[in-house]
Design a protein around this ligand. Sequence first.
Ligand code: SF4
Length: 347
Amino acid sequence: MQAWAAALAPLPHGYAFFALDLDQGVSFELHGPDGPLWIEADLAPDPGFARTRRLRLTHQPHALTARQRQVLAHAVARLQALDDGLWPTPGEAEPAVRHVRADRVLVTSPNLPTDYAINPYIGCTIGCQFCNARFRADDVRALDGRAPRPWGAWIDAKVDAPEVLAREVQTVRPGSVCFSPVITDPYVGVERRLELTRSCLQVLATAGFSAAVLTRSSLVLRDFDALAQLPAAAVGVSLPTEDPQLLERIEPRGATQAERLAILDSARAAGLRTFAVVQPAYPRNASALAELLACRVDAVRVDGLHEAGRVGHLFQGVELADPAEVERAFTALGVPTDLEAVLRFSN
Ligand code: SF4
């Protein structure tokens, strides 16, 4: 993938290639006088804003200055010229847990509810089959010449993440950091042994940052002591339904409903802020779900199923809810549905 990044230098109007991010699909970050610009590439068949022979290209932000449009056109032409020569053949099978090194770990994106995000891992052994991260992860593996592996059966652990983070926090303004912005869970099983999430939390505490961790695993209970060292830290669980049996059917390797509620209760008792993410929303009864969470969280975010065309069959016989309707059930009980207002932090 580095060859693709090298193709983006030089760029016009004072823009320069800044970073290649493979966490959540392939993302080229360009920096210049009109602010950062991200070009995302994947193997989806639809048009995007432009295509190379095999890649769909999309960009952030959506509204561009005239100069950014020219930079983008230039970058697209380079990527199109490269597409033919740079496709690797898939390599040998890899171990389920691969130790990798990171160029950087603290990332920003206009879509975050926090100032920054960290993924100490890529891939997720909780392995929910509806997870839309799996498709982006598959694309990155293919583009990087790695052998395919089923979603839920592999993890890349960024073993130097705490050291890289310790350097990065010296160079940027303190703010809130989200763990688990959709490509992994910060409390996958191997975290018990590697403690990368825990070590990153400890680094953030020494530098005056805050953190919000979102999980489907009870392992987060282990780190309440580390979270308590951070100003305004928050703990969140994903809980898309109030029906415990349905939850176990759809998310068999995540914590049970009782365990997820216990995480929130314990977090509150420990003085931490709490939130829930209802995604993909599949409550049997939206009001019952809102009642279950209202006394336990400071805010919720509700969202629907992503990639419904590819994973909708997993919900056969289950009614996926209209997110706006579920939000109304929370609003009726006074629960804010703007996660950003709760998770952003300034010191
Ligand atoms: S726990 Fe989260 S990241 Fe992991 S598979 Fe499930 S939805 Fe995806």
